[in-house]
Design a protein around this ligand. Sequence first.
Ligand code: FAD
Ligand code: EPU
Length: 338
Amino acid sequence: MNLLENVSLKPYNTFGIDVSAKYFSTFTTIEQLQAILENKDLNALPRLILGGGSNMLFTKDFDGIVLRNRIPGIEVVEEDSAHWYVKSGAGVLWHDQVLWCIERGYQGIENLSLIPGTSGAAPIQNIGAYGVELKDTFFQLEAIDLTTGKLVVYNKEACDFGYRQSVFKSDLKGKVIITSVTLALRKKPEYNVSYGAITQELSKMGVESPDAKSISQAVVKIRQSKLPDPAKIGNAGSFFKNPEVSASQFELLHKSFPDMVSYPLPDGNYKLAAGWLIEQCGWKGKVVGNTGSHKDQALVLVNYGNATGNEIRDLAYRILDSVKERFGVAIEPEVNII
Ligand code: FAD
Ligand code: EPU
């Protein structure tokens, strides 16, 4: 068993926060994971499952065991007239999986290009971007149930996916470790270019008939122009979720703020752009000590080098309070604060 003590987590989180874990173990197989779980001493410790650390904010040292998932492997496990069923080890990097599918002409996840992190963490918050969410191609996943130590299969319905939400963030939070994810990728072309920016980028690229590869390239370009690269400046993507308000609350807000960016939802509610709300409160580009809200995307909080997790968390709550005060709207962190 590969077990380290007093390990700095700085290289393992995209915010680049320097806290340490009392114990740290990387597993690449289910058997290695089960061996850790069967060890009485280790199993009694507080546990944290780590993928790429791209949706986490560490605020203190972790006095337990960090289990870093690196289970590899991608393969086609089944095929029918409409789909290829692609199973990936939970430790595969998500973008590598996207490229693997695009190279083979398997369609459906091209809009999710360049999202950091692992395939196994993708279902946790049902990753989404540019009009597509993981749930649109999700087939099933396998996970170790931490109560029984057994491998369990969850189908799409059991995952209870929503916007940046799944059963793994509610009833099953901390109760399972995902070991593989199987997606149903489309054989027939059926692309989603409904996001205006994609159409614009494709036309800049001179693409007349888009395919999965060109859509992926367009998404990569858009993301690189808007989002800071964690390798250069620490961040975890959108720090907050876009909030939802009722139709009546939206009417009132819209009267006072006609420019407010919003999207009608099928259930009659409205989603608001948290980036717009935060920008209107004057936070965009503001530097506060070692942290701040990014100059190109107010929703992204950044570490300018030596920030602590508490500094970033405190800034996040100041932002949240100011949005509540100005608009009466509650924004919630998307990032897991630990
Ligand atoms: P981690 O941060 O390591 O973990 C996230 C959570 O999942 C934690 O609670 C962890 O305990 C749990 N977890 C991780 N692996 C497992 C497992 N195998 N079993 C059980 N629990 C597990 N997200 C989007 O949805 N859309 C975007 O467009 C997007 N853009 C981003 C851009 C940037 C620059 C960054 C830094 C982040 C972005 N994110 C985005 C957020 C992030 O990439 C995703 O949430 C991603 O799925 C996190 O994967 P990870 O492996 O890094 O998970
Ligand atoms: N906006 C502003 N000011 C800002 C930022 C945004 O006014 O500083 C407004 C703009 O009008 C813009 C609108 O907000 O048109 C939406 O902005 P953008 O297209 O950048 O998307 P977002 O809503 O800010 C969401 C996801 C991203 C995902 C993109 C693309 C959430 C919380 N975030 O951001 O996901 O990549 O859409 O689909 O839903 C993440 O979850 O970490 C993440 C990066």
